[in-house]
Design a protein around this ligand. Structure first.
Ligand code: NAD
Length: 503
């Protein structure tokens, strides 16, 4: 029988309120990780394409900044409605390109939606302060104004949620946004674009340029781009921070992570084992808040490791559309890189308790499968401990005391998230005060803040000082101004060169 092949669809940019091809002639393959099939090709923008989009966004930003807060808020409410209407479609697109299971993809859209809802409070969030009669007939007030064009550069692991950490807040504040999504799963960005169009957002206020380093560099160095919000790995976060700040922009660059979960001897071990499995293997460990290191304070390791292994045996790895617990990894190259740690970790002395390479997946043989894996007796210096693996590999480090656990966590270069499991409120309180990490869970494995708090780590997990969304997000996307005014009665005045006295 004749073999027929269907040309993969081409994914382009979003510019001037609609789809746009640009001029680029380089493409990236987009795969379905559960089947291994190339399902689409994504266009890579050229520097010239970026120039076209930035200019249009700059013109749109000027008009949008002048739009009333009521008009902006209406667009936010419309966007929120469109997201609610299309959440399943967006989740399906995420599962088809990222591989995470459908339920998890829906959860991602939900977390992003909450930021859109937060941004619907723009009239309140953007309010300034007013001080009456600071001096004779003089009042002072403050206001926050938009920056202009801002860029958002996002990673593959949350193709909808991470853009939504920034975009609704930036738009509510009166900016125009250019999103550069991950080239591995670009479709969600275009569905978000359609939601903005359905909400009646003026053309040019939200834009998408697809691509790789060339597109990113175009944004980082363009003088009309005033701010950059980046999320991705630490080396690229550092590069983005250094390059964009050198070009005069304000930057928040969220980087990688190695999140430790400390289990004290008095903890509820069933709850701790459940939490370790959920937080270690949810989204195949491809979450910046995944737990990748479990710090077992003696003597809990001997009991906890078998409890975790037993739970892992019940996990179903397979196609995210078929009700499995854990999907494939995002690309074959990433799958192979993660699997390589199972060898290098063992070679460095760790005990491989569960080997994910032995998994029998519920899905096509060509999928990028790796089952959940568990290492015990891992030590710093082992690549399985030192590197951010970003896959379903949980490493148990055994320590003798709380102090040793704390020292281990604080010595780690990353500081995104951490958790402590204990029944001792005093120990938990001490940990949350002493640990050098941006987000802390107490008997909660993934302490992801809500939209109205700000999200961000410390140390090599964040370059810049502003965290995402919440009030820090509003602050990041606006500039403060203070106005001092006097409206003198007719007849007052006169010359006085002295510095004003406050009375
Ligand atoms: P990545 O750093 O490879 O890519 C992130 C973005 O940068 C993508 O849009 C990509 O196209 C672009 N990029 C890649 N290489 C570049 C280069 N040389 N120059 C310019 N731009 C470049 O990250 P990823 O693999 O897509 O995502 C996973 C990483 O993101 C993990 O390290 C994870 O911890 C991190 N992450 C962090 C957070 C957080 O809140 N701190 C959240 C999600 C993901």
């Amino acid at each position: 029988m004749e073999q027929r092949t269907i040309a993969p669809r081409v994914i382009g940019h979003w510019h001037a309120g609609g789809g746009w091809d640009g001029t680029g002639e380089r493409y990236g393959d987009v795969t379905d990780p559960a089947t291994g099939e190339v399902t689409a090709r994504v266009r890579f923008a050229t520097g010239g394409d970026v120039e076209v989009v930035v200019r249009a966004a700059d013109a749109a930003a000027k008009e949008w900044a002048a739009a009333s807060v009521t008009r902006r808020t209406n667009a936010l409410f419309g966007f929120r409605q469109a997201l609610v209407r299309r959440r399943e479609e967006i989740a399906e697109a995420i599962t088809a390109e990222h591989g995470k299971v459908l339920d998890d993809a829906l959860g991602e859209v939900q977390r992003g939606l909450e930021v859109a809802e937060f941004a619907c409070g723009a009239p309140h969030l953007l309010k300034g302060a007013f001080s009456d009669e600071v001096s004779g007939g003089v009042d002072v007030h403050s206001l926050r104004q938009p920056l202009g064009v801002v860029a958002v550069i996002s990673p593959f692991n949350f193709p909808a949620m991470v853009p939504l950490w920034f975009v609704p807040v930036a738009i509510a504040a009166g900016n125009a946004v250019i999103l550069k999504p991950s080239e591995k799963d670009p479709s969600a960005s275009l569905l978000l674009s359609e939601c903005w169009a359905e909400a009646g957002l003026p053309d040019g206020v939200f834009n998408v340029v697809q691509g790789d380093k060339e597109a990113v560099d175009g944004l980082l160095t363009h003088e009309r781009v005033k701010a950059v919000s980046f999320v991705g790995s630490t080396p690229i976060a550092r590069y983005v921070y250094e390059t964009a700040t050198a070009h005069g922009k304000r930057v928040q660059a969220l980087g990688g992570a190695k999140n430790h979960m400390v289990v004290l001897p008095d903890a509820d071990l069933d709850a701790a084992a459940d939490a370790a499995v959920n937080a270690g293997f949810g989204s195949a460990g491809e979450r910046c808040m995944a737990i990748s290191v479990l710090v077992a304070v003696d003597p809990v390791g001997d009991r906890l490791v078998p409890m975790i292994a037993e739970r892992m045996a019940g996990l179903r790895t397979g196609d995210g559309r078929k009700g499995c617990d854990m999907g494939p990894l995002v690309t074959l190259a990433h799958r192979d890189k993660v699997a390589s740690y199972l060898d290098s970790g063992q070679a460095a002395g760790a005990e491989l308790v569960v080997d994910g390479r032995e998994v029998v997946p519920e899905g096509a043989a060509e999928g990028f499968w790796l089952g959940p894996s568990l290492f015990d007796k891992v030590q710093p210096g082992n690549p399985a401990y030192d590197d951010e693996i970003f896959g379903p590999v949980l490493s148990v480090v055994r320590v003798a005391s709380y102090d040793e656990a704390l020292e281990l966590v604080n010595r780690n270069p990353y500081g995104n998230g951490t958790a402590i499991f204990t029944r001792d409120g005093g120990a938990a309180r001490r940990y949350q005060r002493e640990v050098e990490v941006g987000m802390v869970g107490v008997n909660v494995p993934i302490p992801v803040p809500m939209a109205y708090y700000s999200f961000g780590g410390w140390k090599a997990s964040l370059f810049g000082d502003a965290h995402a969304h919440g009030t820090e997000g509003v602050h990041f996307f606006t500039r403060g101004k203070v106005v001092t005014s006097r409206w003198p009665d007719p007849g007052t005045g006169g010359i006085d060169l002295g510095f004003p006295q406050h009375d």
